[in-house]
Design a protein. Sequence first.
Length: 255
Amino acid sequence: MRRKIVAGNWKMNLDYQQGISLFSEIINMVKDEVRGDQHVVVCSPFIHLHAISQLAKGHPRVSTGAQNCYAEAAGAYTGEISAAQVTSTGATYVILGHSERRIYFGEDGYLLSKKVDLALKSGLSPIFCVGETLEERESDQYFDVIRQQLEAGVFHLSNEAFKNIILAYEPVWAIGTGLTASPQQAQEVHAFIRNEIAAHYNQEVADSTSVLYGGSCNPGNAPDLFSQADIDGGLIGGASLKSRDFVEIVKVYNA
Ligand code: PEP
């Protein structure tokens, strides 16, 4: 009913040559592994996007994406990259709302909603991230935080537009820390997110939205996480930098 997606987030890693070589390895290893409703997305730094998008041609279940784009369409914004520029590389996805952007670059809900609108207008599918800090989890505020992130970033969209959104639940305390949400903790939040979508849109939209888990996901914990009813794949940081680990995670859906 909904696509199973494993997306890699390379973050600010790999020079140009290293990125091309890693993507070439990934394509060779996954090309016969992804089938049916499965999809693989690699979100690289901007410098790799055009070349890896070329390498992905002919592999309809492998796509490329950016990790950010700017909240204006064009103009005097030195150093920024627009959604339309991302599209022109051949990439079809963009990560928005990642906690590293929210925390280090002060990106708030209003800015993110503008980015989401421009990304959709340029034909990109946003992978929109939500998630609570450790303090918010320990004080039982996590449902409220996630509801607010959804309301500010994506719930202004029409039913039709929302169908192009992929969500990622990424507890901030689990990103890059080696701590992973337990399958039960993750499932609880994923079910909550799906209920919020159903309440805001309808059950059909909720049932067709892919909601990925992210936060220290690796080949060891992916099988238990991905077997949860409302987890539709993963957004993978550290483990996406090693072709073998990333491909092992992709293969969880074939086991
Ligand atoms: C991420 O940054 O999206 C992420 C999930 O990172 P890691 O897998 O390294 O925790």
